[in-house]
Design a binder for this molecule. Sequence first.
Ligand SMILES: Nc1ncnc2c1ncn2[C@@H]1O[C@H](COP(=O)(O)OP(=O)(O)O)[C@@H](O)[C@H]1O
Ligand SMILES: O=C(CO)[C@@H](O)[C@H](O)[C@H](O)[C@H](O)COP(=O)(O)O
Length: 476
Amino acid sequence: MAARRITLGIDLGTTSVKAALLGAAPDDPSGFEVLASCARAAQAEAAAESVVAGPQGREQDVSRILRALNECLAALPRQLLRSVVGIGVSGQMHGVVFWKTGQGCEWTEGGISPVLAPRAVSHLVTWQDGRCSSEFLASLPQPKSHLSVATGFGCATIFWLLKNCPEFLKPYDAAGTIHDYVVAMLCGLPRPLMSDQNAASWGYFNTQSQSWNVEILRSSGFPVHLLPDVAEPGSVAGRTSRVWFEIPKGTQVGVALGDLQASVYSCMAQRTDAVLNISTSVQLAASMPSGFQPAQTPDPAAPVAYFPYFDGTYLGVAASLNGGNVLAMFVHMLVQWTADLGLEVEESTVYSRIIQAAVQQTDTHLTITPTVLGERHLPDQLASVTRISPDLSLGHVARALCRGIVHNLLSMLPVRQLQEWGVQRVVGSGSALSRNEVLKQEVQRAFPLPVSFGQDVDAAVGAALVMLRGNSQKES
Ligand SMILES: Nc1ncnc2c1ncn2[C@@H]1O[C@H](COP(=O)(O)OP(=O)(O)O)[C@@H](O)[C@H]1O
Ligand SMILES: O=C(CO)[C@@H](O)[C@H](O)[C@H](O)[C@H](O)COP(=O)(O)O
């Protein structure tokens, strides 16, 4: 009997790393089955404030991300890993990590298997980084792209480093998103490859011509040698350079996807489905008709952006910066206040207590606009709380916070617009949603459309699925 075709999907999220093993299941309507999955908190926020960027900087430690990745792989069944024929990788978009070619990682003995460890690598400057002020962004050249450039976008970060800290860039000659880096390390690539999904998230990339704005960037002194080569998402970037947790040496690894596109790919069963993903951030996305081309002028004030999907198609996306991270901040705050009062409580206990309290508080007049981190189209907006009555219980606050996250997203992409695009159903995904009954209730309340909920490792499933379907099995 022929061995079962199994693919591995990896998602390098802002908060956690997830992995999923998928097998073909011809009798299932989806055509696949999740054979095993695993998630590990990365706890990768850099311990100290960024030396170069100050308090606005948001950086992550690559060694912690790789540690969480190794832990995930170690937790998956070994006999399934042995049958893996393809690896798909996705991750948090927009961010940038720098490394030195040929010295980006080392393989160290890790017990069961050699494990990946970073070597000559910078921190990851993430999509949440706020070092580029509105004034700084206004000083940058106009991109030749339909997408505008915001703080936390790879090219904006590189421009900032070039201007404020040119020494920082000197030791490095390669750059990519964290998932491009992992693909390059697994395969020992001499130069990183990047899909248009991730290139568009860096800014200064033209999705129609599938090329970087090289001339515009070069004439502004940008180090264009740091721009990765562009290849189709999921096409074969290379092959694993050694056995990795029982996965055979020579296994195909796909060009990395954006986590947004990977989540959508795992749960959009029909083109008329919209996908609402709540993880650290939150996005609402729907398919644009085939042949759709976005207007070629960037509009920084637009709350909806058009991101490349697969095969030249686009997703219309409201990408809010205020999702599960706002709940996480609330939980941190409660833990800190409790400590200040001389008591101790675990974060996981606080999550379950606030969710419980809000389940019991079925409605509230309290209104929270949760935009603590601003939005890309409104960078200076802060959060607000209104309609406070004397019975300000934990249940009221937690429910208002969950409602606020959903309503804020719908203020960016209203249901009316989704309906004009032909959306008939909403599929909810992401672990911040799957683990939170109140968020689910608020999503169901807010949409006058049928809503269903997917799984909590959807981007990892999407990345594995692209490889399983062999979307484009040609070598790049
Ligand atoms: N114990 C918990 N119960 C419910 N929600 C949680 C819990 N722990 C974390 N979360 C939520 O999950 C979010 C992170 O989701 P995750 O899918 O791991 O993010 P990412 O894909 O961005 O790495 C947090 O921002 C928080 O809102
Ligand atoms: O910001 C956008 C798109 O512009 C997001 O959709 C994008 O997917 C980013 O990767 C996320 O912000 C980070 O993803 P996550 O860690 O919150 O899952």
